[in-house]
Design a binder for this molecule. Structure first.
Ligand code: NAP
Length: 275
């Protein structure tokens, strides 16, 4: 999902695109040949094992893609003096912090899921193996691909009411806006490091759904439910609130989540009315 947005955002730059068929990031030999041949200034890693629930039963595969993959990229980026841009997640935190607080970049990491553990291992592998890196932790991503907003649009049109979790807090993030953040970082050449990069503002899945229905003019009742009523194989963090203070201080511009989802929905609904 993010890869499409990044390709579109950087379409005027000299881009070399790969997918898993062309470059498996878990294969260091393939990564080394590719990077040494192409000598990119930046390597943007949008690849990951993202099936959060399935990961609970596929630890080794998740670890291979989310930890070994970034490690390979970091080693080779360092050899070639390329800058590695990598995407991480709110799942590196426990999500148990009081809801009136948010997470800064340096706070204690305590992932409670296989996905979160392997993504944290990926972050550490980058820190250990290269100097020129950006790690962008994001959350609640939506864009061109299966995502929460599309699911809710579908359910809202089909059903008279939907139950949505109201005790998980975070920032919905439009992939197009994350791609724009990446573009701005490349242009501004801000200090290397870890940054929290979601849209601005916090909400719950419940309030976000009400917002989606309001913008899309969908008449469907939204019932608040608790996480305990909606058990999933991988435990969802109740507090996914990532502080954006550090990235905002660099002068990077980030839209509010309400404005972002309105832009996304306008595009989605226009597309649906054509088909
Ligand atoms: N989605 C979210 O809500 C969310 C939230 C926080 C952070 N993130 C992070 O944001 C980033 C982008 O997420 P996304 O939702 O755009 O992911 P996505 O749509 O699941 O895309 C991940 C891509 O990685 C590819 N891939 C898997 N294994 C690979 C390998 N060994 N070598 C090369 N490519 C491989 C996948 O290919 P196949 O499809 O062929 O397997 C897929 O195209 C990820 O780092 C993710 O952890 C996402």
């Amino acid at each position: 999902m993010l890869a499409k947005a990044v390709c579109n955002e950087l379409k005027n730059e000299e881009l070399i695109l790969t997918d898993i068929l062309e470059l498996d990031i878990t294969n260091i030999g393939a990564v080394r040949s590719f990077i040494h041949l192409n000598k990119p200034e930046y390597i943007i890693n949008c690849a990951a094992y993202t099936a959060v629930d399935k990961a609970e039963k596929e630890f080794e595969l998740a670890r291979k893609v989310n930890a070994l993959g970034p490690k390979n990229l970091a080693i080779v980026a360092n050899e070639e003096s390329s800058t590695l841009i990598h995407i991480s997640t709110d799942y590196v935190f426990s999500g148990e912090k009081p809801i009136n607080e948010d997470y800064t970049e340096m706070e204690e990491k305590l992932p409670g899921t296989v996905y979160g553990i392997t993504k944290l291992e990926g972050e550490q592998a980058i820190l250990d193996n290269c100097f020129k890196y950006y790690i962008f932790r994001t959350a609640w991503l939506y864009g061109d691909g299966n995502n929460f907003v599309r699911t809710m649009l579908g359910l809202g049109k089909e059903k008279e009411e939907v139950n949505v979790v109201a005790d998980q807090h975070g920032s919905p993030t439009y992939a197009v806006d994350l791609a724009k953040i990446i573009h701005q970082v490349i242009e501004k050449e801000i200090l290397y490091g870890i940054y929290h990069t979601t849209n601005i503002g916090y909400t719950t899945w419940y309030d976000f759904t009400k917002k989606i229905f309001e913008i899309a003019k969908i008449n469907c009742k939204v019932n608040p439910v608790t996480s305990e009523e909606f058990i999933r194989p991988a435990k969802r963090p109740k507090n996914s609130k990532l502080s954006k203070d550090k990235i905002l201080k660099t002068g990077i511009d980030i839209p509010m989540y309400e404005e972002a989802v309105e832009r996304y929905l306008k595009k989605e609904l226009k597309l649906n009315s054509i088909h």
